[in-house]
Design a protein around this ligand. Structure first.
Ligand code: FAD
Length: 303
């Protein structure tokens, strides 16, 4: 085998996994396409010791620290295919070359399918946001909106008033039950059934939304819970079982980040219905420990 472990995806989960394995002096290949999910945001929040740093700066620091470990090789580009072979796995790279390993860690993340409303895409990560914990504080308690794309909008709208006066735009997609409506009203949420037609203001800032009946509602931030999809079909190629999450599919893993295929581990957004950078890094560290143990005890076995 060329490597003991190939990690596909080199962002929060993949770098964290590589660091653990590097420190065990294991031969690792870290393959990364360089497209982390939060690349649209100017700053990342809530990651211990790195609050307010640019996402790219956090990853650059991690890469620099990893570079001193000689047993880790880096490959910039995408893995396009992966399959099981005798005693391990074979991975095809974008340049047509192939590499083999005894174990694989998938840390390939997810991508967001944004609603098709004028002004959403160019504000994504600035004033159109998915997570109040990540970016709500910076809105400075100004009026905000929640745009419904599913029933999850109810839960977002219940939370978001802690960050600013909230309007729930149901967008013709989600109608709160009378009980939900009472809960929302008790949280001070205004419910707006007329759909948003466009976002207004000098992008990436948001000043208001125009509704389809011509009215405008002033807001500084709009929270959405987009559907997510896996960034590649490597998990399917390897035969990993997927779970149907509330926002999109993710790889089914156990508490040790072991997938349904012995020897294939998965970590980060690709393997969790709820994720942020901290959770992705923690899962990466766990996947690395589990992959390392499995090299010692055998695939599918643990200490
Ligand atoms: C706009 C936005 C802002 C966010 N802000 C925050 C924040 O402030 N704080 C916070 O904690 N969380 C934030 N998040 C969530 C955070 O981005 C994710 O939870 C985190 O990036 C997940 O890390 P990951 O390593 O699992 O995946 P990602 O960071 O998405 O990285 C996956 C990596 O795998 C690579 N990859 C994919 N397929 C392949 C392949 N076939 N071959 C090789 N490489 C591949 C990609 O190029 C990418 O580099 C934000 C998310 C969004 C959308």
């Amino acid at each position: 085998m060329d490597f003991e472990i190939i990690i596909i995806g080199g962002s929060f989960a993949g770098q964290a996994a590589a660091l653990q394995l590097a420190r065990a002096r294991r031969r690792v290949l870290l393959i990364d396409g360089g497209q982390p999910r939060n690349r649209f945001a100017q700053s990342s929040h809530g990651f211990l010791g790195q609050d307010g740093q640019a996402p790219s700066a956090i990853i650059a620091t991690a890469k620099k620290q990893l570079a001193k470990y000689r047993t880790v090789e880096h490959c910039e580009g995408r893995a396009t295919k992966a399959r099981a072979v005798h005693d391990g796995f074979r991975v095809l790279l974008g340049d047509g070359s192939e590499v083999t390993s005894s174990r694989i860690i998938l840390a390939t993340g997810v991508r967001d399918a944004l609603p098709d409303i004028s002004g959403v895409k160019d504000r994504w990560g600035s004033s159109v946001l998915h997570c109040p914990y990540c970016h709500g504080y910076e809105l400075n308690e100004r009026p905000v909106g929640v745009l419904a794309s599913s029933e999850i909008a109810f839960h977002q709208a219940m939370l978001v008033p802690d960050w600013g006066p909230t309007t729930l735009f149901t967008q013709g997609i989600f109608t709160p039950t009378p009980e939900q409506e009472a809960q929302l009203v008790a949280r001070g949420v205004t419910i707006e059934p007329t759909p948003i037609a466009e976002l207004l203001g000098t992008s990436p800032a948001l000043e208001a939304v125009r509704l389809s009946d011509g009215r405008t509602v002033a807001i500084s931030g709009l929270f959405i819970a987009p559907r997510t999809e896996l960034t590649s079909d490597l998990a399917a190629q390897l035969g990993c079982k997927l779970e149907a999450g509330p926002l999109g599919p993710f790889i089914d893993v156990d508490l040790r980040q072991q997938s349904s295929v012995p020897g294939v581990f998965a970590a980060g957004d690709v393997a969790s219905p709820i994720a942020n950078a901290t959770m992705a890094a923690a899962a990466g560290a766990m996947a690395a420990g589990s992959a390392h143990h499995s090299l010692i005890y055998g695939a599918g076995e643990h200490a």
